[in-house]
Design a protein around this ligand. Sequence first.
Ligand code: 3PG
Length: 217
Amino acid sequence: MTLSPTEISARTRALCALAPIVPVLVVDDVSVAQPLAQALVAGGLPVLEVTLRTPAALDVIREMSQVPGGHVGAGTLLTPADVRAAKAAGATFGVSPGATDALLDACEAEELPLLPGAATASEAMRLFDRGYDMLKFFPAEASGGAPALRAIGAPLPQISFCPTGGVSPDNAPSYLRLPNVLCAGGSWVAPGALIAARDWAGIETLARSAAQLRGSA
Ligand code: 3PG
């Protein structure tokens, strides 16, 4: 069985519609996985991206997947091996900074919904041509921010984006106002210092503010 690009995009679109912000998580210590995920979900952010940038990441995904109400995905997917490892760990979606045919083939074969990255009109068009219409705009701020994404949306209104990279509470509303933005990704809701301090109440408070960002847009 394989999942078509159209079905993959429908599934990632549904996930991106659940909350305005997807926390981008870099976690070294598997023992914080469950309380961290619980705090974010309790704060109103149920869709979580765990980057595959630490040795603990796959175990963190495994632990977070047990948390009720959460949807745990794997970020920084670069290779087909990453896709298989993420799926085996229980990730229900994936995120990649860009896209290669090998990566797309693997997600379709493994039936793993993917949010593939694009930063230019040509990259977005290539993905759209294959059937993907829910993309990550990365690196968002460095690629021109909300004005660039608005400009890309003029000729390509069929494509929706999750901008990620440099998104903050200050600039998130300018993205979330755009008709081609469903949600944004950001690491600020789970800062390393608060994770290290196991300040779950502090993280829940940050999540609650982020969950309300769409309304203030
Ligand atoms: C990343 O590269 O870690 C993500 O794009 C998140 O970026 P941020 O730390 O700027 O939110």
